[in-house]
Design a binder for this molecule. Structure first.
Ligand SMILES: NC(=O)c1ccc[n+]([C@@H]2O[C@H](COP(=O)([O-])OP(=O)(O)OC[C@H]3O[C@@H](n4cnc5c(N)ncnc54)[C@H](O)[C@@H]3O)[C@@H](O)[C@H]2O)c1
Length: 410
């Protein structure tokens, strides 16, 4: 769908400091964790970057009228809806931003694309490969009509990781040999942590695997610029029953328990198309680790290392330098020449987690207004989903090596 033009002549980015006159009306479904993060992204992007269109927080959707109206007021949305179908049908909504649990991604995304809207959908793209395939097919049909569909793999938008992708693509690491990635949290260590939607297969698809593993699989494929072609996995559910969450009034019977139907942790090795070897660990059971996403890439000409807890930094070792002076150097990724940094603070003043959502909003707006290829696309999200399914299959079959079907890039 075209953006709403307020002047017919308006094309391209306005001069710095001038507000664009083309508006992109956003309608967001879900308003809790990711809803708050995306709201901040949409609110801020046009005030920091010179965008070719102005994102407008047109309407937000939840299921409870009082709660969604409170969320609209808190996060700055102009209107509230209680049915996502009504949100999609609104004339002032040009893009549907899906921030709900995985169970509803496919239905909402396909309906929005078929209604002519652009879509930004949180990760993992879906709860199954079949759903992700339907979404990728809908995105392809919609692309022919000029619509954009993007997955919310926001860690691609950490400047240090965007920059790392550039170094790999420029050949600074040479042929890749290894990727090792871990993403660790600890909020399930307590066996009394409640049985939320994230612990039910029918709602979340999988556990730590889809929640955290999806991010590091996407990052590995993005940074390497090539897909994983096979995996061998183990996974475990350490705590198999948990207390049911309290109801809205906090009145639930706290002795009632239910079954955990997803993994608490998944570990796997894999092979990239080029033959590089990769290892992954995703756990919500790593005591003391809050949001510890770490990765290292080794190539024949050098290595890169990244730690989300120090997200303004990238470690780079250039193996072509004389051994007596070579070594990992710490690059502070806050220079105006680094990705996204031209619009932020003076060097050294540092960005955080929330900036990834501002960068995501900026990229979505530019992709739509300037006709750029969507990135990460629904096809990228489908490829991640195929890896997650292969990991589950391997773990269920005594870690047998399981191929991942992938699309050759022409
Ligand atoms: N990119 C990231 O770093 C990141 C981080 C956390 C979660 N996520 C992803 O974001 C999505 C949402 O996760 P969250 O942490 O925000 O969950 P959450 O539980 O905090 O919020 C979910 C929201 O969806 C709403 N909702 C559920 N079903 C709905 C429906 N049918 N209609 C309207 N609203 C509905 C809930 O009321 C709630 O507002 C998931 O796909 C998750 O994997 C991504």
């Amino acid at each position: 769908m075209a953006l709403r033009e307020e002047t017919e002549q308006e094309t391209g980015a306005p001069p710095p400091g001038r507000r664009p006159t083309t508006r992109l009306g956003v309608g967001m479904v879900g308003y809790a964790f990711m809803g708050a993060a995306h709201s901040q992204g949409w609110r801020t992007a046009g005030h920091v970057f010179d965008l070719p269109a102005d994102p407008v927080l047109a309407a937000i959707c939840g299921r409870d009228r009082t709660a969604v109206e409170a969320a609209a007021a808190r996060h700055g949305w102009a209107a509230a809806e209680t049915d996502w179908r009504a949100l999609i049908a609104r004339d002032d909504v040009h893009l549907v931003d899906i921030c709900t649990p995985g169970e509803s991604h496919a239905e909402i995304a396909v309906a929005a694309l078929e209604a002519g809207k652009h879509v930004l959908c949180e990760k993992p793209l879906a709860n199954s490969v079949a759903e992700a395939e339907a979404m990728a097919a809908a995105a392809e049909r919609a692309a022919a009509r000029g619509q954009v569909a993007i997955v919310g793999f926001n860690y691609r938008k950490v400047p240090a990781l965007t920059y790392a992708r550039g170094l790999v693509a420029d050949g600074r690491l040479g042929a890749l040999r290894h990727i090792r990635a871990t993403y660790l949290q600890d909020w399930l260590v307590d066996p009394e942590a409640p049985l939320t939607w994230r612990l039910k297969r029918e709602r979340a698809g999988s556990g730590a695997l889809g929640d955290l593993g999806a991010h590091i699989v996407d990052l590995a494929q993005y940074l390497a610029g090539e897909p994983l072609v096979g995996v061998s996995a183990v996974s475990e559910t350490f705590v198999r029953e948990r207390p049911l969450p309290a109801g809205p009034a906090g009145t639930a019977d706290r002795t009632a328990r239910g079954a955990v139907t997803v993994d608490d942790a998944a570990l796997f090795t894999g092979r990239l198309a080029s033959g590089a070897l990769a290892s992954f660990e995703a756990s919500r059971m790593a005591a003391g680790r809050k949001n510890a996403l770490r990765l290292e890439i080794n190539g024949e000409l050098g290595s890169l290392a990244f730690d989300l807890e120090r997200l303004n930094e990238l470690s780079f070792h250039d193996h072509t330098e004389p051994a007596v002076t070579a070594g990992f150097r710490r690059i502070l990724v806050t220079e105006p020449g680094h990705p996204y940094l031209e619009a932020w603070w003076p060097p050294g003043h540092g960005l955080g987690y929330e900036h990834t959502f501002v960068h995501q909003a900026r990229d979505v707006v530019r992709t739509i207004a300037e006709g750029l290829p969507p990135e990460p696309s629904f096809a990228d999200g489908l490829q991640v989903q195929r890896v997650l399914a292969a990991v589950e299959e391997s773990a269920a079959r005594n870690s047998v090596h399981t191929p991942v079907p992938f699309q050759e890039v022409p």
